[in-house]
Design a protein around this ligand. Sequence first.
Ligand code: MEV
Length: 336
Amino acid sequence: MGDNESGIVTASAPGKIILFGEHAVVYGRPAIAVPVFQVRAEATIQQRAGNVQIDAADIARRYDLRDAPPDDPIATMVTRTCARLGVAPRDFAISIHSTIPVARGLGSGAAVSVAIGRALAKFYATEDTESTERGKSRSNSVSPVPSVAALSVEEISALAYEVEKLHHGTPSGIDNTVIAYEQPVYFVRDQPIESFRVARPFLIAIADTGVAAPTKIAVGYVRRAWQADRARYEALFDQIGAIARNARAAIERGDVDALGPLLNANQTLAREIGVSSLEIETLVDAALRAGARGAKLSGAGRGGNVIVLVDEGNREEIARALMEAGARRVIVTRVS
Ligand code: MEV
């Protein structure tokens, strides 16, 4: 079955950053996100008789699927994916490992969900192709698994989106989309996914403030502020949306020089909508002083990661400046 003959399958999913447009994307404006392959979430499924056991070692949790609270994201993804596949969740153990830091704007929740969806699709798809004949030779204690088809990328993304709703009530869907499709996306809520051409690759340094900031809190704050002053927030979201549109055009024509000022303009607006923080501002400032062309928060803000446009020539120097200013770690990703 699956990756090898011992009934074990593994699947993984990358992290992500939002280059332009976070928060405004929740309110229907466009945003741009890209996958980050240096960090990944991984799900391993092992055939084993009985109730489903979940092992989330990174967060020191080991539990039975039946005992999970209704809003448990891992259990929800397992249950919903199995329902979509038309199988009863039983006779396997699932373990999750992730190198994506939690609540840092890198899409850890969505990546875990996508990895689980992929692993389950693989686990049961292999059952399908290997048919019931092999099932007969298995231990009697393991119930036969009905034939199922593998899930499409779109289906896995949709399942992960349902789980995203548990993390925060009004997700735009950008995180699950960029992570499931593993390519740059120009995303507008409730519209077909658009990928786009990166005419000239560019480098982004991702610097961790070290502050965990759950998406739910920042998104909830913005919602309350929007409810209190819709005209002002709608105008801010319009400006952020215009930046995302301009950034897409710049990326498509290979105009990397235009991206720095657009990142800075987006950061100014993020500050105005109330999702920046002292730690974010400190890292943005350090990057710009060290010669970066642009920098901004990425994801929900209030902590998490800062992204910085760097060049081959200055990436080391800027990474050093970010670490000296308090970054917990810096990784550099190539957008191409
Ligand atoms: C989170 O990565 C991005 C936000 O815009 C929320 C969302 O789009 O669901 C803050």
